[in-house]
Write a protein that binds this ligand. Structure first.
Ligand code: MN
Ligand code: MG
Length: 652
């Protein structure tokens, strides 16, 4: 119902429909409407385009959100357009500017160009603004025609936050005119203050250490908000690049929106960082927020999705109160740019706002060329035809990149020095995807497009702390990929068709064999059915049997670490690092920084030999070209299946 109302709004936008909006009631004399519009976590998504897949999409793009923004502006007397950070990084256009074109002094960053075109009133810094270093950031934001504020990123610490020298101004007080219900203009001072998770000091340590420090969000707010009041701010809006987390303040908390909103003097809050939507059913039972009222910590608030998926809208009805203004009432909503239908197809709800597209058309075209050309080289073919039967380069490169990244992230933490392992699974490995559904990048150039192929999902990196015993059971869970094979049997079917390949985690950094004669320890759902089985044998770390009590850091993704696939040691409680970076971004960075990658499989796992036993499995027919060079396994062709797959025989 809500969506339909919004949609009619966009398409008709007529005066008659305005009357349907709860905030269309005319403001009286000395009352005024103020509409606060929010974008957040744009991540350089200006065009409605998925550069990894190299195709247009209807679910992202500031050019689409811009139509909603223009629509609201057309029906409003007073509005502000605010951005909540994470605009500079997160898609190949961002990587193109950072890695290929560069940012010289005076260059315009395309996302800033697009934001200038749309006439933003202010923005704040998100954690991803720091990914390419401070110099890149400062050159990028220099082009902004609007203030960019952040109160808790500090160049020089003072005795108290207000004595700090911050990287960018902590807040801005916009002196504007506001039109009341009579059409009379009055002066108003609108204070905007920005915040970022202090975890940037860990996530971008190599760029930030020695250059800036981060303060607790609430500590900074409590110090600056009274100062803004003293300077005459009539209302204060927090631009919090922070999610909706716990209701109670804890020092250094990442998702601080609720206690921040509750800080005295803050009138409304824009949130983000979590890439979720508020108000929405996501937060129905959440302590400290009220979805129906659109409040966070008792104050009106929104979270406008991510990549331009939504525009957050806080409507305030203000009343003149002596010399200043107070909030009489408020509503909040998040307006989507598209709708997912029951059959999962996407219906766009708005069209592009052409001036935004036009403003960065050149950079869009350059990004298309960038994703289609090489960013690095591989000295081994990146294919997944044999990923389920042997150690494999398409899985190996993911683990190599994850280990490279996590090793860096552990420096200076209490976990530095613990051995680092990595878990990765083949995503494109035939199955229901069909006989062409494999990764296949030949030796030579690797393009950005190929990385999407290697890592299908927009997961983010996680590390868990697990024991040797948990590593063993993690691998037992993976080994459910295979049917139990009777010793001496001929051409038994190897793969369990009900076991998805994305749950077949290979762990790098240890060596092991899989004994197919044993039953699986876990059933399909991850419940233990054979507690005493040992499919995983000769599990070794550093050439010696693994110590069940030894602690390891295991690199993986958010899906697995928080319980996806029900892996032992992965229920969310063992997470010791929550990366802000997608696994895909990490792979791109790894390839760009290495120049040439060597993802040749190291053969760290194999099937245990079984005298006189053969098994059959299916893969893509194009895999035949690689069959002779797969490490640790003897493979021969065994004909075609009637579904278009090629069959191969393994002699165990
Ligand atoms: Mn973000
Ligand atoms: Mg390996």
């Amino acid at each position: 119902m809500q969506i339909q109302l919004n949609r009619r709004h966009f398409i008709a936008g007529s005066a008659g429909l305005i009357a349907m909006h709860p905030f269309s009631a005319n403001a009286a004399t000395n009352q005024a409407h103020l509409r606060l519009m929010e974008t957040t976590d744009l991540h350089v998504h200006v065009f409605p385009y998925d550069y990894y897949a190299d195709r247009p999409v209807d679910t992202v793009g500031l050019s689409r959100t811009a139509s909603i923004i223009e629509d609201v502006r057309a029906e409003s007397t007073n509005s502000l357009l605010l951005d909540n950070g994470d605009f500079l990084q997160g898609n190949p256009m961002g990587d193109y500017i950072a890695y290929e074109r560069g940012m010289a002094e005076g260059d315009m960053h395309p996302v800033i160009t697009a934001m200038n075109t749309l006439g933003f009133d202010a923005s704040t810094l998100g954690n991803h603004e720091f990914n390419y270093g401070i110099s890149f950031l400062m050159k990028s934001v220099a082009g902004a025609a609007f203030p960019i504020v952040s109160a808790n990123v500090v160049k020089e610490m003072g005795a108290t936050p207000t004595a700090d020298t911050t990287l960018v101004p902590p807040y801005a007080i916009l002196e504007r005119e506001i039109i009341d219900g009579d059409g009379t203009a009055h002066p108003i001072k609108i204070g905007l203050i920005g915040f970022v998770p202090p975890q940037i000091m860990n996530w971008d340590r190599k760029h930030l250490e020695g250059n800036v420090q981060a303060r607790d969000i609430i500590e900074s707010a409590r110090a600056y908000v009274p100062q803004m009041k003293e300077e005459g701010a009539d209302i204060i809006v927090a631009l919090a690049h922070s999610g909706i987390g716990a209701a109670d303040h804890e020092d250094g908390m990442e998702n601080a929106a609720i206690p921040l909103a509750a800080v005295d003097g803050i009138d409304a809050i824009m949130t983000g960082h979590s890439h979720l939507v508020f108000p929405s059913s996501n937060y129905d039972e959440w302590p400290g927020v009220d979805v129906a009222a659109g409040t966070i910590g008792g104050k009106p608030g929104v979270m406008g999705g991510f990549w331009g998926s939504h525009m957050g809208l806080v409507d305030l009805l203000l009343e003149r109160d002596g010399g200043g203004w107070r909030i009489l009432s408020h509503t909040a909503e998040a307006r989507p740019i598209s709708r997912r239908e029951e059959d999962r197809s996407i219906t766009p709800l708005v069209e592009d706002y052409q001036p935004v597209l036009d403003s960065v058309q050149d950079e869009h075209d350059a990004t298309l060329a960038y994703v289609r050309t090489a960013v690095g080289k591989t000295d081994a073919a990146l294919h997944s035809y044999f990923a389920l039967v042997a150690d494999d380069p398409s899985v190996q490169i993911v683990s190599n990149a994850q280990m490279w990244y996590i090793k860096d992230q552990m420096v200076g933490t209490e976990y530095e020095g613990l051995p680092i392992l990595s878990a990765a699974a083949p995503f494109k490995a035939g199955g229901r995807g069909g006989p062409e559904y494999f990764t296949d990048v030949p030796v030579g150039d690797v393009a950005i497009k190929n990385v999407a192929d290697l890592y299908l999902y927009p997961n983010t990196v996680r590390a868990v702390k697990v024991t040797g015993a948990q590593i063993k059971n993690w691998l037992e869970r993976s080994a459910g990929m295979f049917n139990q094979i009777e010793a001496g049997s001929t051409d038994a079917v190897l793969l369990n068709p009900n076991f998805p390949s994305y749950n077949f985690d290979v762990i790098d950094g240890v060596t092991y064999q899989i004994d197919l004669s044993q039953p699986a320890m876990f059933d399909r759902e991850g419940a233990v059915v054979n507690p005493d089985t040992n499919r995983i044998i000769r599990l070794q770390y550093n050439g010696a049997p693994i110590d069940p009590d030894q602690e390891f850091i295991l690199a993986t993704n958010n899906y697995r670490a928080s319980g996806g696939g029900s892996f032992p040691g992965a229920d969310g409680s063992t997470i010791i690092f929550e990366g802000p970076d997608t696994n895909r971004d990490v792979i791109v960075r790894y390839i760009v920084e290495q120049g040439t990658v060597s993802p040749r499989a190291d053969g760290n796992w194999s099937f245990a030999p079984m005298e006189g036993t053969t098994v059959i499995f299916e893969t893509g027919p194009a895999g035949a070209a690689y069959a002779h060079s797969v490490p640790g396994v003897t493979i021969e062709e065994a004909g075609q299946s009637d579904t278009g797959f090629a069959q191969f025989r393994i002699t165990l």
